[in-house]
Design a protein around this ligand. Sequence first.
Ligand code: NAP
Length: 280
Amino acid sequence: MFINRKVAIIGVGKMGETLLKGLLKNKLIERENLSGSTAEKELSEKVSKKYKIKTYVDNNREMVQEKDIIILAVKPQIVKEVISEIKEVVTKEQLLISIAAATSTSYLEECLEKKVPVIRAMPNTPALINEGMTVLCPGRYAEESHLQMAKAIFGAVGLVEVIQEEELMDAVTALSGSGPAYAYVIMESLTEGGVRMGLPWELAQKLSAQTLLGAAKMVLKTGTPPALLKEAVTTPGGVTVDGLMELEEGGIRVALIKAVSRTTEKSKELSCEGEIASNQ
Ligand SMILES: NC(=O)c1ccc[n+]([C@@H]2O[C@H](COP(=O)([O-])OP(=O)(O)OC[C@H]3O[C@@H](n4cnc5c(N)ncnc54)[C@H](OP(=O)(O)O)[C@@H]3O)[C@@H](O)[C@H]2O)c1
């Protein structure tokens, strides 16, 4: 879907650059309609040269004027500062999409001090290779047309889901936002298991990565719950069941469930702290 809109990305860091790349690569936006900002001049020049787009340093205010969509991709700690800088020039006709973790739409709406449509998005790093998972949540003033726009943007870098209950965004952050880190620990451990049994590192890494990728695709493509797919690998009295027993003994399930629960709590704590600090 070609988006005939002008887009400004505030914060062309890891995630901002990923989105920028996705938009250009998938030809969603004309290069001349895309701009980005950074805090450091050096990075700004690098981005401008690499993607041939207009970049700004220390001047988000000028950049966001007359843009249709503003993507806020800075760290949560500086969201307030950036919004203070741009709020006077932002209008209700623009759409603000924020990917800042633990930053609610109501907080952003309050900081903006006007009825600007806001959408909160939680993408993840595999977006870098178009295999991202993004969950969108509309704010009070965002309409279906705004959601469609956000879906097109994040659809360029992976799968997109929409939720209306913003309180679930902390769990989303914990599961798909932080999830790649958990997956890498599992992958790393499987690789080490293979190496321990004599496989060369490179081969062991390939086997574990492709195995997790294949297993994930089985779930996504068939819609079958992992518990049932697991049965097909587990021959009664065979080798897999012994491995599964070791996993249970090691507490892998509880560890992963607790990781998602703990991260959800942390995300909740951080969003409360941010909102309390902003009211002081
Ligand atoms: N990484 C993830 O897995 C992930 C997943 C989902 C959501 N997020 C969210 O995405 C956001 C960005 O994370 P990230 O990992 O991409 O961080 P990052 O790589 O540090 O990128 C942040 C960028 O913001 C720029 N910046 C700082 N102050 C600015 C200002 N006043 N005006 C314009 N740009 C400014 C920085 O520029 P300089 O480099 O020049 O300082 C940097 O390029 C965070 O809010 C995070 O919660 C991250």
